[in-house]
Design a protein around this ligand. Structure first.
Ligand SMILES: C[S@@+](CC[C@H](N)C(=O)[O-])C[C@H]1O[C@@H](n2cnc3c(N)ncnc32)[C@H](O)[C@@H]1O
Length: 216
């Protein structure tokens, strides 16, 4: 089922001048290899963190800067967002952040070794609001089970939504996942930067539903 599932909305927007420059000139320096990843070679003794759907990269950039021991891989299909992320990463001289512009599920399936990831972040995934589109939501049993195979024991699965019904789905899927101990956060962690999507949700008066699972 992972083969034919598209979890993202195709978005057409132009990259900014900086993002265009970054995509043309800086991408090779920031792009992860297209052959299976050996983290012992690529990032010896670093904590491997994968963010699925990093958007414009606001959270990733801030957290890569404050957590130099993390090796943060951002998987995102929205090219202008990745361009912007790379441009800012270069400006800040960050060396512990990398990208792939491709469907995250394909990338993880093809390139990520089992039990190699310390943390998955899926923050404010596309909500697919219409009922007939719910099958496209990324937080669903088959996908969570698949991602768990890539997490190390003790690894973290962190997901957040600003849509109540998706929050209900997340709670149900995660608490029914064997091999995951799940907590629902009551308060927003102060270390997590506010992204454009979260700001928009808060401004619109929506509640945030945030879950952290630990692999047994
Ligand atoms: C609603 S946005 C949130 C972006 C960011 N996490 C934030 O909080 O600002 C969801 C993002 O996930 C990306 N996305 C969804 N499914 C994806 C997939 N399978 N692979 C890569 N990116 C994906 C979309 O392109 C979009 O940029």
């Amino acid at each position: 089922m992972l083969n034919d599932l598209r979890t993202f909305h195709p978005r057409r927007s132009r990259p900014s001048t900086g993002a265009k420059y970054a995509l043309e000139h800086l991408l090779p320096e920031y792009e992860m290899p297209s052959t299976p990843w050996d983290f012992n070679q690529l990032a010896p003794s670093k904590r491997i963190v994968i963010e699925i759907g990093s958007g414009m990269g606001e959270a990733a950039l801030a957290l890569a800067a404050t957590n130099p021991n993390d090796f943060l891989i951002c998987l995102e299909v929205h090219t202008p967002g990745v361009g912007s992320l790379i441009y800012k990463a270069a400006e800040a001289e960050l060396t512990n952040i990398k990208v792939v512009i491709k469907d995250a599920l394909d990338v993880i399936n093809e390139l990520v070794p089992d039990e190699s990831v310390a943390e998955f972040r899926i923050w404010f995934p596309d909500p697919w609001r219409k009922t007939r589109h719910h099958r496209r939501r990324i937080i669903q049993p088959e996908i969570v089970d698949f991602l768990l195979t890539k997490l190390k024991p003790g690894g973290i699965f962190h997901t957040i939504t600003d849509w109540d019904d998706y929050g209900v789905q997340m709670r149900k899927v995660l608490s029914n996942t064997d091999g995951l101990i799940v907590s629902e956060l009551v308060e927003r962690p102060t270390w997590r930067p506010v992204t454009k999507f979260e700001r928009r949700a808060l401004d619109a008066g929506r509640s945030i539903h945030e879950f952290i699972g630990v692999k047994k």
